[in-house]
Write a protein that binds this ligand. Structure first.
Ligand code: NAD
Length: 300
């Protein structure tokens, strides 16, 4: 079922052509961006950052009051807050409940958004999960499969649903959010690593197949980001297996200095700025690239 959180009128606001308007004219003026996982974290940050540069936004999220899963999803209230923030910038947004695992539902939500906002230029396959930390040897089938469904099949579904719309716009940009562990190994997350490395292959093939349509495809690779995904008990326990009930502070201490210039966490905005660059015409010849945003974490 499709629960439309909020719909905006299909007509664009009249351009004002005032001096003021020119001063704030952004790098994405007139463009429409589709972002999965827009209720919170990096997805919300992406929606706001792209809207600041003039883009209208279509976003989806799988809301936690509907599905029961062993990880923390966004809420309806959080998705409404994303809507509020984008609208406060004077941009339009269509926000819908959809699951990236379900191709039909996802495509329906995107098609509806494009029908309302008129076109599609930019895609951020951002929705993702982390769950079920365990050595590969003891991972269970359900955890493995769900991880691949959300983090690998999800970006494929997202691209697949978006390609006809991007082609109709004469080209565009797809950015898939991988992880620093899409480029290297990490303890107890073989399923996450496999999915996040998998999207690099998906990205390269999409870039190869879609170059003729002027559709560029890249991945971004965050190190640990200060979002809900990081701030949860299982993550703390992975980094501090020596403690029975590690706290956020214990986690921050354990991760301090993990990266070459000692930082604990990067911020969602760091990924949004990378997404903005890759989505803009400034990156018009950049495709097939895996871009770490990781303070050097992936170097060694
Ligand atoms: P987050 O948990 O704050 O946000 C993820 C969002 O995706 C949530 O709103 C959630 O409801 C949504 N989502 C999950 N499953 C979905 C589904 N099946 N369909 C639709 N939406 C779904 O986490 P975040 O840090 O903003 O993560 C964004 C991306 O960055 C993810 O792909 C994640 O794997 C990746 N990443 C995060 C980190 C980190 O440290 N947080 C590091 C590397 C990569």
């Amino acid at each position: 079922t499709l629960v439309v959180v909020r719909q905006r009128p299909a007509r664009a606001p009249e351009p004002t052509h005032s001096k003021e308007r020119e001063d704030v004219a952004g790098r994405l003026e007139g463009k429409v961006a589709f972002i999965t996982g827009g209720a919170k974290g990096q997805g919300r940050s992406h929606a706001v950052r792209l809207a600041q540069e003039g883009a209208d936004i279509i976003t989806v999220d799988l809301l936690e009051d509907i599905d029961s899963v062993p990880y923390k999803l966004g809420t309806k209230e959080e998705l409404e807050e994303t809507v509020r923030q984008v609208e406060s910038l004077g941009r339009r947004i269509v926000a819908t409940r959809a699951d990236v695992r379900d191709y039909e539902g996802l495509a329906e939500a995107l098609n509806d958004g494009v029908a309302q906002l008129g076109r599609l230029d930019i895609v951020s396959a951002n929705a993702g999960i982390v769950s079920g930390f365990a050595p590969a040897e003891t991972l269970d089938e359900v955890t493995w499969q769900d991880m691949l469904d959300v983090n690998l099949t999800g970006p494929w579904h997202t691209a697949k649903a978006a390609i006809p719309h991007l082609r109709a716009s004469g080209g565009g940009s797809i950015t898939i959010t991988s992880s620093v562990v899409g480029l290297k190994a990490a303890q107890n997350v073989a399923h996450y690593v496999a999915a996040k490395a998998g999207v690099v292959g998906l990205m390269r093939n999409l870039a190869l197949e879609l170059a003729k349509d002027k559709i560029r495809v890249n991945t971004i690779h965050p190190t640990t980001v200060a979002t809900d995904m990081t701030f949860n008990d299982p993550t703390y326990r992975v980094f501090r297996p020596d403690l029975e009930n590690p706290t956020k502070e214990d986690f921050i201490e354990a991760t301090h200095g993990l990266n070459p210039f000692p930082i604990n966490l990067i911020e969602a905005i760091d990924l949004s700025n990378a997404l903005l660059f890759l989505s803009s015409d400034e990156a018009r010849y950049i495709t097939g690239v895996a871009l770490p945003v990781d303070a050097g974490n992936s170097i060694g």
